[in-house]
Design a protein around this ligand. Structure first.
Ligand code: NAD
Length: 448
């Protein structure tokens, strides 16, 4: 555990240290120091400086943890978070303005409005796949809303976790913000404390643990989970464009992206054309041997490598299939002719394997999707406006990408979050402010 201030008299047990840390931040919150807009904007600017001053250190850490190329580290983690900060700084005054509400006539002369109240001390628990972005983007909202924050990076991305713990205290208010490194024991000890909000990104099993722990204190939670995000490819679409956008979304970060297209649903004839087009798209992205490409990442650890390599038998490898345990390399792989009940279709893949499941057409695709857990994202590639409308209206998912994969989460004014098994709550832009605030109702009726 690395509290952001040095403590010479640190208590002995994890539980005591967690309790002490939360109590310290709560004392800070009670002073009112985090409420003024100028504290919030100063923290956001400092967070921005942390990212830009240490961009190379973070890129190196991300490479060490996930083999991420520098270009990908900047695009999907460092610059992504900087953009989120800039967007928030640009709009925060406007978002924080009290919002008037009309008063019913029977109340006579009175004014009513809502204000965003900070919640207090919040906990942000992050996963390993985008270990910097998914830790700091929620923190942007937590600080913008005027909260004290405990950050818990993922132990499965140790270099990034260490870098954040080392550099962050030099930039942010250490009386209000603390990084706690560690694994399950540290997270468990934190979860025993009373927070005013818990923001968790990761898998549904731990999501349930987080929610049960939060229930003891009636603490609200945001759960950013995953699932199997389908991509429907319609007959008659330009398969070259579809394949290049699907491959770019699927194989980024070696498929370890929560909103990656998990599998493709298409008719048998389109499937044949798509297999070939995906082969070309992979080559355009990573060359003829992706193992040699500096742009292509690696699987986070041996456990996930073993889990993924066991899924490679679930269909006919139309593209890729090569893998090497020592380097945790799995080639960008497309599996053709995959049966709906094949092992690769029974869990979120979270790796560079793209199964193609054949269905008759859009009706069957909609049934297929609705028969399963609600996904974090749904993608559709079709020239038909009617089909696009039907997919949006007749299925449920956290978000929808029409004609493009992943990109919807780069739109700061769109909420990012899941529904059902893919999570609850959302963030990004003003939705982060809403998540980390209480919208307080005020009615003011003059006494005279
Ligand atoms: P992970 O293993 O790094 O776990 C996430 C966090 O949970 C870590 O900080 C870890 O310390 C903590 N944790 C793990 N086990 C715990 C336990 N038993 N008790 C308390 N805390 C515990 O990450 P992961 O869960 O493997 O991440 C991958 C999953 O996250 C995938 O399902 C993916 O789809 C999902 N995900 C969702 C989003 C999103 O924004 N919705 C983003 C990225 C990943």
């Amino acid at each position: 555990m690395t509290p952001a201030t040095s403590e010479t008299d640190a208590p002995a047990t994890l539980g005591e240290r967690s309790a002490d840390l939360v109590a310290r931040l709560r004392t800070t919150f009670r002073t009112g120091r985090t409420r003024p807009a100028r504290w919030r904007t100063h923290q956001l600017r400092q967070l921005r400086s942390l990212l830009t001053d240490h961009a190379e250190d973070f890129a190196a850490a991300l490479h060490a943890d996930l083999g991420k190329s520098s270009a990908e580290a900047y695009r999907t983690e460092i610059d992504f978070t900087v953009r989120e900060i800039d967007h928030t700084l640009e709009h925060l005054d406007e978002w924080l303005r009290p919002e008037p509400a009309p008063v019913p006539e029977f109340l006579g002369r009175a004014d009513a409005w809502t204000v965003y109240d900070p919640l207090g001390v919040v906990l942000v628990i992050a996963p390993w796949n985008y270990p910097l972005q998914l830790l700091l983007a929620p923190v942007v909202g937590a600080l913008a809303a005027g909260n004290c924050v405990v950050l818990k990076p993922s132990e499965l991305a140790p270099a990034t976790s260490d870098a954040v713990a080392e550099y962050l205290p030099d930039y942010l208010d250490t009386e209000a913000v603390a990084v706690v490194e560690g694994a399950i024991p540290e997270t468990t000890a934190l979860l025993e404390q009373r927070f005013d909000h818990i923001f968790y990104t990761g898998n549904g099993t731990v999501g349930r643990i987080v929610m049960s722990a939060a229930a003891k204190h009636l603490t609200p939670v945001t759960l950013e989970l995953g699932g199997k995000s389908p991509a429907f490819v319609d007959r008659g679409t330009d398969l070259e464009t579809v394949a290049s956008r699907l491959a770019a979304g699927k194989f980024l970060n070696a498929g370890q992206t929560c909103v990656a297209p998990d599998y493709v649903l298409t008719d048998p004839e389109t499937a044949r054309g798509l297999e070939a087009a995906l082969g070309k798209a992979v080559e355009a992205l990573y060359g003829s041997d992706p193992a040699e490409s500096p742009q292509y990442g690696r699987i986070v650890n041996q456990r996930h490598f073993d889990r993924l390599s066991a899924l490679l038998d679930s269909g006919r490898p139309a593209v890729g299939g090569e893998h090497d345990r020592a380097s945790k390399y799995i080639a960008p792989t497309v599996l053709a002719g995959v049966k709906p009940d094949a092992p690769v279709m029974r869990e979120e893949i979270f790796g560079p394997i793209l199964p193609i499941v054949e269905v008759d057409g859009v009706d069957a695709a909609i049934d297929f999707i609705n028969d399963r857990d609600k996904p974090l994202a749904l993608y559709a590639f079709t020239d038909s406006a009617a089909v696009r409308e039907r997919l949006v209206a007749e299925t449920s998912s956290g978000g929808v990408g029409l004609g493009v994969a992943l990109a919807h989460l780069t739109v700061s004014d769109l909420p990012f979050g899941g529904v059902g098994e893919s999570g609850m709550g959302s963030y990004h832009g003003r939705y982060s402010l809403e998540t980390f605030s209480h919208r307080k109702a005020v009615l003011d009726k003059p006494l005279d």
